[in-house]
Design a protein. Structure first.
Length: 564
């Protein structure tokens, strides 16, 4: 272990990975050996980030066995209908996917046969942005470029970080905005430059367009300033940050005002009391333990105690604490009402992971170094194994099948209880079967059938993988099997505008109930489609053909507090 890694030395001003060497050349007080060590750290970090980015790009283009996830395909469907906001999220995800498909779509089709690579390419760019921001933040706050390199190296062993590099959901753009907002606030407090506050305001505004959780960032910064830097309220910087936050909400609020505030009903339904069973907190802890592979959750919690503000005097470390620990504790407290999804506290780890790696560094120099070293090594090995399993699930499924139950009539796909990639498998096969049914119906009736799904996750993937990218509808509200979604907002749709679809033939994917079956003059027996991998059944669907649509007689309105 070098002295540079063990201590808080290195340059005080760190602006970017690529400009660090040039900046250091302007500091005459830095010894040549320290300059060389700094250059080596920044060069290694740059190389590591580039290798991770190139590996991600090659994977999404040529190596991935995974089709688009339902979430990705759903957002791609949004990108075909650009708007100022959408049912459950802001518009940034749709704008990014649309821009990427416009710029790289023809290349993606030429190289891979479809648009999936273009859809996922922004995730690679966000991955680069997050790792670069992590390096800059760590090297600057702790005055140690080698610690920054350690953060980058440790981060790419986390499956959550690797998944964010190849799957284009709302989290990659949201996380990169949070990360760079944090970098800008730290630089603003370090240098006193108002333009850094303006940068933080910009990233915060854009982040809100990605995920509403971004509003917690300025709240955390305000908490930090109230306790440690009240003089900042007499300057324009923090007010610029708050103004940027408001600006970010404007498109969302305007759109919701025109659409009966459906986004806020949806969010309130997600965090509401209704339906949550006891033990939400333990499910929350279990989810975080699994997501951070145990060791890093322990390191994060220990670092929260070690670097608490009343013990630290460095403003940068205090800032990292405020934008991580209180945010995490907020979600932990909310889990007593509703445990939510494991990725909800993810922004807390952007600052918290820096503190966690710094805590590990201290432990490696202390009496518990052997225990920490072994724990870190085991966690890293498990992380790489999980990454391999997520990226190439066909290698792991035979092992998982040995542990999983045998398929039964009541549980035909037990592998799904262990394989988190199962929901990203088989969609291309399903779309091919749907196309065959569409062609048959077209030949029999002389009309193009209406394609629909009984769950909001189905229309996007069918629209993406079916020939000629048809418009696909969701009838989950009529089937009483699904929450409301963007497909209920777009008009016309079969649920709200039955008169526009009467008499037509539907090709429906999913399990249907009596209400849907009775909405057609005649409905054919279903075609069962099963996707198997190495002989292991992974996913299955039913394809129905309904003739002579009559409209849905009973469509229940969303109850108060539901996931409208």
């Amino acid at each position: 272990m070098t002295d540079d890694f063990a201590g808080h030395d290195g340059p005080k001003e760190v602006v970017s990975v690529t400009s660090m060497l040039l900046q250091l050349k302007t500091v005459p007080t830095i010894p040549s050996d320290a300059l060389l060590r700094t250059w080596n750290a920044s060069a290694c970090a740059t190389l590591l980030i580039l290798v991770s980015a190139i590996a991600s790009f090659v994977y999404i283009g040529w190596l991935t066995p995974l089709t688009l996830s339902p979430d990705e395909a759903h957002y791609w469907d949004w990108s075909r209908n650009l708007d100022w906001s959408y049912y459950s999220k802001g518009p940034l995800i749709a704008w990014l996917i649309r821009a990427s498909c416009e710029l790289f779509g023809p290349l993606s089709i030429a190289l891979t046969g479809d648009l999936a690579m273009a859809v996922r390419f922004p995730a690679v760019l966000c991955h680069v942005g997050i790792l670069t921001g992590w390096y800059i933040l760590t090297a600057g706050v702790f005055r140690s470029p080698w610690l920054g390199l350690a953060v980058v190296g440790c981060a790419i062993t986390l499956p959550l970080v690797r998944a964010g590099a190849v799957l284009m959901t709302i989290d990659p753009p949201f996380m990169v905005c949070w990360c760079w907002s944090l970098v800008c606030v730290w630089r603003a407090l370090e240098t006193g430059r108002t333009r850094c506050w303006a940068g933080a305001a910009t990233f915060t505004a854009v982040g809100i367009l990605a995920k509403y959780t971004m509003a917690l960032f300025p709240a955390a910064v305000v908490g930090f300033l109230l306790f440690h830097r009240r003089s900042e309220f007499r300057k324009p910087g923090v007010w610029l940050l708050l103004a940027g936050t408001i600006v970010g909400w404007v498109p969302v609020l305007v759109w919701n005002a025109e659409h009966d505030w459906v986004s806020f009903r949806h969010v309130f339904g997600q965090v509401g009391v209704g339906g949550e069973k006891a033990g939400g907190f333990f499910r929350f802890i279990g989810g975080q333990f699994g997501m951070m592979f145990g060791f890093w959750l322990v390191a994060f919690l220990a670092a929260g105690q070690r670097f608490r503000p009343n013990r630290e005097t460095d403003f940068g470390i205090r800032l990292l604490w405020w934008v991580s620990v209180p945010v995490w504790l907020l979600f932990a407290a909310a889990s007593f009402v509703k445990s939510g999804q494991p990725n909800w506290p993810a922004p807390a780890y952007l600052g918290g992971f820096v503190l966690a790696v710094a805590w590990v560094r201290e432990q490696l120099a202390g009496p518990r170094s052997r225990l920490v070293m072994w724990s870190l090594g085991i966690s890293t090995c498990i992380g790489f194994a999980a990454i391999a399993g997520i990226h190439f699930p066909t290698l792991m499924r035979p092992l998982l099948a040995v542990v999983a139950k045998k398929p039964t009539a009541t549980e035909p796909f037990p592998i799904r209880n262990l394989d988190m990639t199962a929901r990203i498998a088989g969609w291309k096969q399903l779309a091919g079967e749907v196309d065959i049914v569409r062609a048959r119906v077209r030949a029999e009736t002389g009309r193009e059938p209406i394609v629909a799904g009984t769950h909001w996750t189905v229309p996007g993937v069918l629209g993406f993988y079916c020939a000629d990218h048809p418009d696909v509808y969701s009838i989950g509200a009529a089937n009483r099997s699904d929450r409301r979604s963007q497909y209920d907002v777009w008009r016309p749709n079969p649920v709200a505008d039955a008169q526009d679809f009467r008499g037509q033939t539907f090709v429906i994917v999913g399990d249907i109930g009596v209400d849907v079956a009775n909405s057609f003059e005649r409905i054919e027996s279903p075609l069962r489609v099963v996707h198997a991998s190495n002989g292991i059944p992974v996913s299955g669907w039913a394809i129905w053909v309904g003739h002579g649509f009559r409209g849905f007689d009973r469509v229940l309105p969303p109850p108060t507090g539901s996931h409208y």
